[in-house]
Design a protein around this ligand. Structure first.
Ligand SMILES: NC(=O)c1ccc[n+]([C@@H]2O[C@H](COP(=O)([O-])OP(=O)(O)OC[C@H]3O[C@@H](n4cnc5c(N)ncnc54)[C@H](O)[C@@H]3O)[C@@H](O)[C@H]2O)c1
Length: 413
């Protein structure tokens, strides 16, 4: 098949281009800029908002994989210009060129927050947490009327879509335009809601922040109490799912969660990476962003049924490999700086309200885990979270993340 990939110089796009070619497809790659300001060989420098430039490239194309997007930054207009308008222009040209399949790189951020239940109720899709609760270190969602602690569950594709940041708003806009385009043109749209991607060369999002800290011999800083559940998926698995979407071409508009299927807390992510690097243990900051999701990990079952896709790289291995020091290093490892630590404060919620699955910073078993999924042992002795005892303990540390466009620990997710 002839496949056009937008964003073909990016973190995912560069690998996708190679994987599609290796699978026997004829690939046309376009991008505005590569990471070093140049577009790589074999990729045309095209802005997806430029219909005239796209027109000749789309002739004879069977499937478009639309990955081009701005993924970080503070300004809503930049997201709207590249992601919303760029998608709309591309879709118009695709319609005229009679392209009949779009694979859209969407994101888990379209959900905004995860899915929960009470002990006897659910599903519940809560709104923002109360600032007063966050200020006293109660990071979990509480039922508004009873104060009952809510228990997280994996999100399925039919959950409400309520993104909380500009990036997420633009990813949802892309889905909405794609849905309308598919209906108007009788075309298929596969919207792949990627989770937090990681792999060699990724420097964004919370995994990128942890790596940057470890590179400098500093402890990774984990916000809130570290117990936030996420799913992180290796870029090779993201690419495999995308190639499967091209090959399978499911009819209609089909949103699919693309995840590892092994939910993991941020504390665990940071700990795995720090241990693999031989660096200092992570430090829990207690900082928060009001818009951040507490627990957001999605159910990958529909992608398994629709695409035959199951992620192959469990986070525990992929993250360790990513963080492990390079074998041929000439720079001696820096001694980790001594840390002044104190034990974490006791939980602010009465113990009887704390469900084991939501205990702060504990490995959290995923409700409804597949029997073959390795379930973290919630009874295992857990590392004591460490909190800065320096001047930042009382005054919240400056939050560089506040400049980030998206809830969910630093996007792109
Ligand atoms: N990597 C992740 O963890 C992740 C998670 C969820 C969703 N996604 C989505 O997957 C896609 C690829 O992500 P990535 O991590 O490779 O991002 P990336 O930033 O590495 O690549 C995006 C590419 O899009 C290009 N681009 C931006 N605006 C453009 C325009 N107007 N015209 C042409 N090209 C333009 C950029 O130059 C860049 O090379 C994005 O749509 C992103 O929203 C990624």
């Amino acid at each position: 098949m002839r496949v056009l990939v937008t964003g073909a110089a990016g973190f995912v796009g560069a690998r996708l281009r190679r994987a599609l070619a290796a699978a026997g497809h004829e690939v046309v790659g376009v991008d505005l800029l590569g990471p070093d300001g140049e577009v790589p060989d074999g990729v045309s420098r095209v802005d997806v908002r430029d219909a005239d430039a796209l027109e000749p490239l789309l002739r004879g194309i069977d499937t478009v994989c639309h990955l081009a997007a701005v993924t970080s930054g503070p300004e809503s207009a930049v997201f709207a210009a590249h992601n919303d308008l760029g998608t709309a222009v591309l879709l118009d040209v695709m319609g005229r060129a009679k392209v009949r399949h779009l694979v859209l790189a969407s994101s888990i951020v379209v959900y905004g927050e995860g899915r929960y239940r009470g002990m006897n109720s659910g599903p519940i899709y809560p709104g923002l947490r109360r600032r007063a609760d966050l200020d006293r270190g109660m990071f979990d969602h509480l039922a508004p009327r009873t104060g009952e602690l809510l228990i997280w569950e994996p999100v399925t594709e039919d959950a409400p879509l309520r993104p909380r940041g500009f990036y997420g708003a633009s990813k949802l806009a892309q889905e909405n335009y794609a849905l309308a385009w598919g209906l108007a043109n009788g075309a298929a749209v596969t919207a792949l809601r990627y989770h937090n991607g990681y792999g060699e060369g990724a420097r964004s999002g919370f995994i990128g922040n942890f790596l940057a800290a470890l590179d400098q011999g500093r402890p990774p800083l984990v916000d809130e109490d570290g117990g936030q559940v996420r799913d992180v998926v290796h870029v090779d698995d993201i690419v495999a799912a995308t190639v499967a979407a091209v090959d399978r071409r499911p009819p209609g508009f089909v949103p699919l969660n693309i995840a590892s299927g092994h939910p993991i807390t941020m504390w665990e992510v940071a700990s795995i990476m720090a241990k693999a690097r031989g660096g200092p243990a992570p430090v829990v900051t207690g900082r928060y962003l009001l818009a951040d999701a507490r627990h957001l990990a999605a159910d990958p079952e529909r992608a398994r049924r629709t695409l035959g896709f199951t992620a192959r790289i469990p986070p525990i291995h992929g993250l360790a490999e990513l963080a492990a020091p390079a074998v041929e290093t000439t720079t001696p490892q820096r001694e980790p700086a001594p840390l002044h630590v104190r034990a974490a404060p006791p939980p602010t919620a009465p113990q009887h309200q704390v469900h084991p699955e939501t205990r702060p910073a504990a490995p959290i078993a995923r409700p409804g885990s597949r029997p073959d999924a390795p379930v973290p042992n919630v009874n295992a002795p857990r590392p004591e979270p460490m909190i800065h005892a320096g001047p930042n303990t009382r005054t919240p540390a400056p939050q560089p993340e506040s400049a980030k466009p998206e809830a969910g620990a630093g996007s792109p997710i």
